[in-house]
Design a protein around this ligand. Structure first.
Ligand SMILES: Nc1ncnc2c1ncn2[C@@H]1O[C@H](COP(=O)(O)OP(=O)(O)OP(=O)(O)O)[C@@H](O)[C@H]1O
Ligand SMILES: [Mg+2]
Length: 215
């Protein structure tokens, strides 16, 4: 079972000559096959934790490990899927191309990548929109495309930073239900940063970030 861990991680930012401590010597071991919600006030550092787990930000001290060794660029590409508040789709590519692009980046041929994109669209219930442009989709549909893209490489962990923040309540709950369904079906780890009580109720583990500690 894969593991993604924060090991004695400290993270500081310096802003206008002031030191902001987001995390102080915190450790946590996330397991594939489990689901985790991270809550915390605005500005407490939830996104920063996600960015460190995803390799977008470096810890000031400590390490991010995957299966008990320092996470590598290849792990970041192949083992982690990322979903953000905004779907961040490429507007000039259609829906299947947006997903297949991830395959091309990973070295797949176009036909293989297209077939994988179509399979993933089936899984998120959007096969009928494969040829549409992102602007022709609703916010919830765009977020499902972003989820399909994140699943391309069959990641061990799916990291989602406020994935329902731009959606209405009902659509947001459907997205959360889909993420949990996929997590259980594929035995992934699912880590969601959120302010949303629905997510906190539905996920197995609840972590809270306050005063630079993850509890
Ligand atoms: N690149 C950066 N440079 C300097 N300071 C930063 C940077 N990124 C984040 N911060 C600061 O770190 C703190 C935590 O920010 P972060 O975005 O992680 O909070 P958050 O918990 O995700 O908040 P929200 O719920 O509003 O999304 C904030 O005080 C923010 O100003
Ligand atoms: Mg945030």
């Amino acid at each position: 079972m894969s593991q993604l861990s924060l090991n004695q991680v400290t993270k500081h930012f310096v802003q206008a000559e002031q030191k902001i401590t987001v995390l102080e010597n915190s450790s946590y071991n996330f397991l594939a096959g489990q689901s985790y919600a991270i809550s915390g006030a605005s500005g407490s550092g939830k996104s920063t934790i996600m960015h460190m787990l995803a390799g977008i930000e470096k810890p000031t001290a400590g390490t991010i490990n995957f299966n008990q060794r320092a996470i590598t660029a290849a792990d970041l590409q192949n083992k982690l899927g990322l979903v953000f508040q905004a779907p961040n789709l490429m507007p000039d590519l259609n829906v299947w191309e947006n997903i297949a692009l991830k395959g091309l980046i990973l070295g797949a041929g176009l036909l293989v990548a297209k077939q994988r994109a179509l399979d993933l669209l089936q899984q998120v219930g959007l096969a009928h929109k494969a040829n549409a442009k992102p602007t022709q989709l609703s916010g919830g549909e765009q977020q499902r495309v972003a989820i399909a893209r994140a699943l391309y490489a069959q990641p061990a962990f799916l990291l989602a930073d406020e994935p329902t923040g731009n959606l209405d309540v009902v659509t947001g709950q459907k997205i959360i239900d889909l993420l949990i369904f996929l997590q259980q079906k594929q035995q992934m780890g699912l880590i969601i940063c959120t302010h949303d009580n629905y997510v906190l109720e539905k996920l197995a583990y609840r972590l809270h970030l306050a005063e630079s500690k993850l509890i």
